[in-house]
Design a protein around this ligand. Sequence first.
Ligand code: PA5
Length: 420
Amino acid sequence: MLSLDLSKLEGAVSAEELASLEAETAKAHAALYDPASKGSDFVGWLKLPETYDKEEFARIQKAAAKIRSDSDVLVVIGIGGSYLGARAVLEVFPAEGIDICFAGCSLSPNELKKVEKKIQGKNWSINVISKSGGTTEPAVAFRVFRDLLVKQYGKEADKRIYATTDKARGALKSLADANGWETFVVPDDVGGRYSVLTAVGLLPIAAAGVDITELMGGAYDAMVRFDERSMENPVWQYAAARNVLYRKGKKIELYCTYEPSYSFVGEWLKQLFGESEGKEGKALWPASAQFTTDLHSLGQYIQDGERDLFETVIYVDDTGCDVAIPYSDDNGDNLNYLAGKPLSFVREMAFQGTLAAHKDGGAPSIVLRIPQMTVRALGELLYFFELSCGVSGHILGVNPFNQPGVEAYKKNMFALLGRP
Ligand code: PA5
């Protein structure tokens, strides 16, 4: 069970300041269930761990088993919310027995060529994911990979394309219907960045061999636990604390992890909070860093630069393995004081030392501790942040579920491309 520790906010956020947001936080949580509130059409993710489509879930597992039996590589095509959740989970729990490659998440010819190399001489399939069914980056990548798939398999290619999209609308849905591809649905009431626990995330995750029942189980535990309507609820504490910090002048929330494999959870969080809250000239800038690596690069700024940031540290206690530091007869590196100690002990001391140093330097931390690196714990973490983001967005006074700002670059790009 994850735990939240606000003690390293001492001096930056007082207990009274936190308590003063209780009524606003209660209202914000209630707003998620209020049909008259902003974005109320997009809260399907709230109860998803309980209400998810069981028939589709079974189909996802069946399709994943087929992909694992007939493919060496699965090319997952999608961008933003149609990509980051699955990628975040698979960085923590890498695919076994199959290579999962991501394409269509940039417009880089170089990246596309890298994926092309991975499928050469291999059996492979495609999972194309787009809620709208028409986003340029994945649509272009899909055209390229579909062409390659048809060249390799002919008509059988249609049995190797899995489309995750809207249940009725969009170019991808029309193509899928016309060609008989197996389709999975992005529910109408779940936006891209909240879709990791739909087929959007679940099919690639299951195809990788990761237990999606456990992932949903962790999210279910979180859904039950974090529904508590009081300041005892870690979601309330986190959402309130980050809003107090923002109101007191902090501009940046730095998501830090001590596990490199969690760095894509940071990418997922940047989209979740950036797209949900960054509107109407408001919001914290969500950034991410990987410790201790970045303590040797960004550490100087965090300790000593502009005092405009705080950290949200995601710390995993037990990663399931450890390394004992060996004794050395010559002790030429003077490290014998650590001989016999596990590496995780050194990491824990670095974590504690960093928290204290950054607190003293005016960069306070919110700490989320995860006892074990399990799929279930990751499901819990994902839901914790989704709910926190919904509550926090309502405290901020924005609609946490739209993204009008992402259309601006597309308009210009289409004009420059001469789209009819
Ligand atoms: O969260 C969002 O809504 C966006 O990041 C979308 O997921 C992203 O733009 C991809 O959109 P689509 O799934 O329609 O291709």
